[in-house]
Design a protein around this ligand. Structure first.
Ligand code: PXP
Length: 237
C-alpha cells in the first residue's frame, strides 16, 4: 500500500500573502487527515515563504498521521527537526533561493556530509529519506549514507508522461528496483497529479509513500479539499 502525504506548503503560501492566519494551516492539516490523508508534509525554506519553522512546531502535537518535514540540512533546520522529532525528514539538496526542489542529491560528492546528517537524525529517532533522481550510479553511495529511504524526484516522469507513459516511468521502475535491492525504502514526489499518479503507483514497485502538494491544492480549488484528497487516494488503490 502506498501512503498519500499531502504537502501543505501552498496553503501556507496563501496564508502568508495576507499576514493573517487565513487559511489556517493547522486546520487544513487536520481536515486533510479527516478526509483520509495518511500524512502531512511541509517544506520550511530558509526564507520561510511557505511553511514556517513555527508551523513545524505547531503541527507536530496536533497531527495523528505521519509528519514528514523536508528541507536542506542547514544547522537551523537540523536543530528544528531534532527538537520537534517528526516521523520522517526528507533531505533535499536545493539552495536557499530555489523556487522548488530541482535536483536529487549527488551522493558521490555529498555522501560523507549526508552520512553525518543521517546519523544525527537517527540519534533522535527520526526516519530519513533522501531526494534522488534516477541516476543509478549514485544509488550505492546513497545506501552507504545510512538513509532509510529515498524519495524519487518525479518531475521528469510528469513532463514525459503525457507523450509516452512507458518511457516516462521506465527509469523510475529501474531506480525503485535498484533502491529496494540496496535495502532502501521508496517514496516519490514532485509534479505528481491526479492525471499521472495512478500509472506511476501501478508501474513502480515497492512504493511506500507519495508526497504531493502543488497539483493537489490547485485541483482542490475546483473540487474542494475533501473530494480532491479522496480522488488522490483512489489513484493509489
Ligand atoms: N518532494 C519534495 C522534496 C519537494 O520539494 C516537493 C515540493 O515542495 C514535493 C515533493 C511536492 O511536489 P509538488 O508540490 O510538485 O507536488
Amino acid at each position: 500500500m502506498t501512503l498519500l502525504s499531502v504537502n501543505i506548503n501552498k496553503i501556507a503560501l496563501l496564508r502568508n500573502s495576507r499576514g493573517t492566519n487565513v487559511p489556517d494551516v493547522s486546520l487544513a492539516a487536520l481536515n486533510i487527515e479527516r478526509f483520509g490523508g495518511q500524512g502531512i508534509t511541509v517544506h520550511p525554506r530558509p526564507d520561510q515563504r511557505h511553511a514556517t519553522y513555527r508551523d513545524v512546531e505547531v503541527l507536530k502535537p496536533l497531527l495523528s498521521s505521519e509528519f514528514n518535514v523536508e528541507g536542506y540540512p542547514t544547522r537551523d533546520f537540523l536543530d528544528l527537526v531534532c527538537r520537534v522529532k517528526p516521523h520522517q525528514v526528507t533531505l533535499v539538496p536545493d539552495p536557499p533561493e530555489a523556487l522548488t526542489s530541482n535536483a536529487g542529491w549527488d551522493t558521490q560528492t555529498h555522501g560523507a556530509f549526508l552520512k553525518e546528517v543521517v546519523e544525527e537524525l537517527h540519534g533522535h529517532g527520526i526516519r530519513v529519506s533522501i531526494f534522488m533522481d534516477t541516476n543509478l550510479s549514485l544509488y550505492e553511495q546513497a545506501a552507504r549514507t545510512g538513509s532509510d529511504r529515498i524519495e524519487l524526484y518525479t518531475e521528469q516522469y510528469a513532463v514525459r508522461y503525457p507523450t509516452n507513459p512507458e518511457a516516462a516511468v521506465a527509469p523510475y521502475r529501474e531506480a525503485a528496483i535498484r533502491a529496494h535491492t540496496l535495502g532502501l525504502g521508496i517514496n516519490a514526489g514532485h509534479d505528481l497529479s491526479s492525471l499521472n499518479l495512478r500509472y506511476f503507483a501501478h508501474e513502480v514497485p515497492h512504493l511506500l509513500e507519495v508526497s504531493i502538494g502543488h497539483a493537489l491544492i490547485c485541483e482542490a480549488l475546483y473540487l474542494g479539499l475533501e473530494n480532491t484528497v479522496q480522488l488522490y487516494l483512489r489513484q493509489l488503490v
